[in-house]
Design a protein around this ligand. Structure first.
Ligand code: ZN
Length: 139
């Protein structure tokens, strides 16, 4: 894969959400979608990836940029343990495996989860989304 393919993918991804391709957004977009694969990252793991790629981006900027990507609908946020946020470049509804041992979040097969029934939403609100996180530990 050439560098220009990576950059082109990143630019198209940002353009699809009408986000201006600033240097930092482009850096992070290249790491997130440059290879055409979906991934699940935390601000910390993406920040480490920028350092590994010799990009100089602060953790705060990584965090704020992920928020902006999330607001623009480019990534989905999945919260585990109420505090840990993962950002997923795959934005359709799908279940996740959370690997307790090393804190990884990966996709679970979509056809593996079926809801017979959901609780009725309280009056005046509707269910906007159901997040499914299946926790895994060594058996
Ligand atoms: Zn996912």
């Amino acid at each position: 894969m050439t560098d220009s393919t990576v950059t082109r993918r990143a630019r198209q991804w940002l353009a699809g959400a009408n986000l201006r391709p600033t240097r930092q957004r482009l850096c992070l977009a290249e790491l997130l979608v440059g290879d055409g694969q979906n991934r699940h990252v935390t601000a910390e793991s993406l920040h480490r990836a920028t350092a590994d790629a010799d990009m100089s981006v602060s953790l705060a900027t990584v965090y704020n940029t992920l928020r902006a990507f999330c607001d623009a609908g480019l990534v989905n946020e999945i919260t585990v343990d109420g505090t840990r946020s993962y950002f997923d470049t795959r934005t359709d509804d799908h279940p996740h495996f959370f690997w307790e041992e090393d804190g990884r979040l990966t996709d679970a097969p979509t056809d593996s989860v079926a809801f017979e029934r959901l609780p009725a939403a309280p009056e005046g609100v509707e269910i906007s989304k159901v997040d499914v996180v299946i926790r895994l530990r060594k058996s």
